[in-house]
Design a protein around this ligand. Sequence first.
Ligand code: NDP
Ligand code: OXD
Length: 309
Amino acid sequence: MAILFQSTPASVARWRPFLTAAWPGRDLRFWPEIGDKPAISYALAWHPAPGLLASLPNLRLILSLGAGVDHILRDPLLPLGVPIVRLVDPYMTQAMSEYVALQVLRLHRQDFAYRAQQAMGEWRELTQNNAAERTVGILGFGQLGQDAARLLKAIGFDVAGWSRSGRTVPGFVTFGGVAGLDALLRRSEILVSLLPMTPETEGVLNADLFARLPRGAGLVNAGRGRQLVEVDLLAALDSGQLSAAVLDVFRDEPLPPGHLFWRHPRIIVTPHVAAETHPPTASAIYAQAIADFEAGRPVANVIDPQRGY
Ligand code: NDP
Ligand code: OXD
């Protein structure tokens, strides 16, 4: 009943002490030294090479080293029927909410414009409203979207959320599905995307969506890079339909040198750090998941592979 940890060498070094403490005396295997494959029952994985998980004949549970599971589901050889658990960690949720609050405040308080004025040595006041007069829409109203919404609401923003199901969330206006998207967009001066990567969300941040936002809207994308049509973003910034964008995730990561986003005056790039997996807290969550599985108790946060998240 060995546990495999598969990630980059740097992550292996960072995680090893926490995993060893979470499972004292357990047979832990750290990629790439995985030993005899039939002994491995559990795999903690991040971007596993296609076929790796299928090569473990007695695998019983796959645990994502992140909230997203797209890096696992993309494997065409993924063993069917092995449950996949995504990471839900309050530490990470708080990190994402901090990131979203920072970037929404940056857009709301016209930070891009003031940076540009500073570069020109220009002292000029811009008209500024309070947060209560600013509408924020959140695409993806799950664990992360709802927590970010609560923090934004506490600051004073007028926040609404969009999900696949249109789930009701007390204290918020919510919209659901393709039919509800238009209403959410029309009321969103700042749009935050925290969507999981699925076939349905690929390219969702595109010219048609931008055109339905109020003119001059701001965008924050911390979901996944392939949800954004990059040329459409550049065109929307050029035309003034969007005023600025903050991007944490990209089609190609690391963002290639020379990419236009690096030097765009109205784009802020952060290197996929909005909410990083936190080994001390996450190790305890994985230990609980495996303990529940072995005791025959329900395991929390098992994803639906058909839905893709
Ligand atoms: P959840 O599963 O809790 O929430 C996902 C939300 O997206 C749900 O509200 C769901 O709807 C909605 N959704 C899914 N598909 C669609 C669709 N086609 N149309 C409309 N809504 C849809 O996930 P989390 O909040 O925990 O995480 C979201 C994503 O954030 C992750 O998958 C990952 O990609 C990204 N992330 C990025 C990080 C970073 O550092 N940049 C860190 C962590 C996560 P419903 O409620 O109806 O199910
Ligand atoms: C995640 C991420 O999915 O860091 O957790 O992107």
